[in-house]
Ligand binder design. Structure first.
Ligand code: SF4
Length: 447
């Protein structure tokens, strides 16, 4: 986004022309769907595919239905009215959003003139803009139908249609031919890639890919100013879901992927974290913890990408037991905080309920990627609070490159009540908190 705005900023602009169909996220599929709905209603015996509609992109309703009338007898006027009715219904839906870039542009270039040139009728456009509370952003709305000209003519005459004498006109458009025309007329052109035109070749100054949908994830909770999960001050996100069942887990409420959690988009989550960016300093940033963050790999990846795009440092607090190929995820991780449940395979299985293979796969990939590590192990009385275990951990840690820190975390009984509430049997009943002094002494063996 930043690069995009910089590019726009480098242009001497004072008029932006938005093709309405491309201005609203998902709006193009709305038009597509509304055409589809009308046309399928008119010809119930025919089967239509996406390709059947592809060449309608950028055309006026009146032309589309003119063409369709050659397929069979139809009431053109009624078809157009129905199409507009469906289109309006869909465009007004909450999940049809205004492009984020549009908001950014209007904020950053408050003196520019924004106009809409569309094949939609003016009333539809106004109603949608009103329902989205952005009516006032657009100085003029030109409906090609009302003007009785086509968009290509409009672009040729845009200087006379607007009362401004612009330094530069920036055209946002999804039709390849209109973009080419804009370019040939000396306008800066921004192509809007959508579901219909995504396979076509764009020849314009910039392309915005709007086929990307929001990636949603399940977040159990967040801590806005965390001090222990990574360096500096951090925004820590506890993702829902974990396939391990560690005996000492104090967050059993995060286990079930369908457990109580907030469904949120990667972008929104990082927006929240970004508000605290001033506190992060050189070292701080965002930590993805859980549950197990690798259990939602797609969401995690989107979050990490968002962080990197905004210059936010990232840490992954994980037991290394998730899904997928971690390669791309690791590209966006600055620090891996790896929870070493046990270094012995049998002990690992006994403690977590799962074999060690997934952990080993993750570790191998993180090593291959030359990641920086913090290693951690929870020390539980009677389970691993002895020299033998800590020395084995040290040996293990010595075999991992780029380890900056190995920490022993004393076991605490704080989560026991949660088990009662959730009706889950607690398997370390009667085991006391780990003595912190003893834990500190054991930590000396790591030196
Ligand atoms: S990996 Fe973490 S969240 Fe999962 S069971 Fe173990 S302690 Fe709990």
């Amino acid at each position: 986004m930043e690069q995009f705005l910089q590019k726009i900023d480098s242009w001497q602009r004072n008029v932006f022309i938005f093709d309405f169909d491309g201005t609203l996220l998902n709006s193009e599929p709305c038009h597509f769907l509304s055409h589809k709905k009308v046309i399928e209603g008119l010809f119930p015996e025919r089967t239509f595919t996406r390709e059947d509609f592809q060449h309608f992109v950028g055309k006026r309703d009146v032309d589309i239905y003119q063409e369709i009338s050659t397929w069979g007898k139809i009431d053109k006027e009624k078809a157009i009215k129905d199409k507009q009715k469906f289109s309006l219904q869909m465009l007004k839906k909450k999940d049809v959003k205004i492009f984020d870039y549009f908001h950014s542009i209007t904020k950053l270039f408050p003196d520019a003139h924004y106009i809409i040139a569309s094949n939609q009728d003016e009333n539809t456009i106004r109603q949608v803009l009103k329902s989205k509370k952005i009516e006032d952003k657009f100085e003029k709305i030109y409906s090609m139908d009302t003007l009785k000209i086509k968009k290509d003519q409009f672009l040729k005459e845009v200087k006379s249609c607007t009362s401004f004498s612009p330094k530069e006109i920036v055209l946002f458009e999804d039709s390849i031919s209109i973009l080419a025309l804009g370019k040939s007329l000396g306008m800066k052109s921004v192509g809007i890639k959508n579901d219909i035109n995504k396979d076509l070749k764009f020849d314009c100054d910039l392309v915005i890919d709007c086929t990307k949908k929001d990636v949603l994830g399940k977040v159990n909770s967040v801590e806005s100013m965390g001090l222990v999960d990574g360096p500096g001050i951090r925004y820590v996100v506890f993702l829902q879901g974990c396939m391990l069942r560690c005996k000492y887990c104090h967050n059993p409420e995060t286990w079930e992927i369908d457990g109580k959690s907030e469904l949120i988009s990667a972008k929104k989550l990082v927006d929240k974290a970004e508000k605290f960016k001033a506190y992060y300093g050189e070292e701080g940033g965002m930590t993805f913890s859980g549950g197990e963050p690798l259990l939602q790999p797609q969401f995690l990846l989107e979050c990490l990408k968002e962080c990197k795009a905004r210059g936010i440092n990232t840490a992954l607090d994980t037991a290394g037991v998730g899904f997928g190929d971690y390669d791309e995820i690791l590209d966006y991780v600055d620090l891996v905080i790896l929870d070493i449940k046990a270094v012995d395979k049998d002990e690992y299985k006994d403690l977590t309920g799962q074999p060690m293979d997934r952990f080993e796969t993750f570790l191998a990939q993180a090593i291959k990627k030359k990641k920086r590590f913090w290693l951690r192990q929870v020390i539980v009385p009677g389970i691993n609070d002895d020299e033998k275990h800590v020395k084995a951990l040290k040996k293990f840690a010595d075999g991992v490159p780029n380890v900056e820190k190995v920490e022993l975390l004393p076991y605490k009984t704080i989560g026991v009540m949660k088990y009662k509430d959730l009706g889950i049997k607690y398997r370390l009943e009667g085991v006391p908190d780990m003595d912190e002094e003893k834990c500190d002494k054991l930590a000396l063996l790591l030196k």
